[in-house]
Design a protein. Sequence first.
Length: 115
Amino acid sequence: QVQLVESGGGLVQAGGSLRLSCAATGSISSMSVMGWYRQAPGKQRELVVIISSGGSTKYADSVKGRFTITRDNAKNTVYLQMNSLKPEDTAVYYCTVVTGPLVSWGQGTQVTVSS
């Protein structure tokens, strides 16, 4: 079983930056994929970015060039640097770890971007 602890959300003005962190404990495989999804009020949860253990990434088009994901395999931690934030980035951000058929989710951290 995998436990995920997220931190770093908050309130920021448009154009500002935030950095999210997600530390994973438990049965983490070196082949696990880690990443972030988000869910805005009244909308479905959507992919933000994922990263493989080898560093391959997949970003949503809406965040390309503004968000950067990094991963520390030794610490089982993934980071999301969010720059040039927009009001439409407001959502609850969820960390996720995928190991084979198992998908684990964090509790979510709120990111609010004011205009």
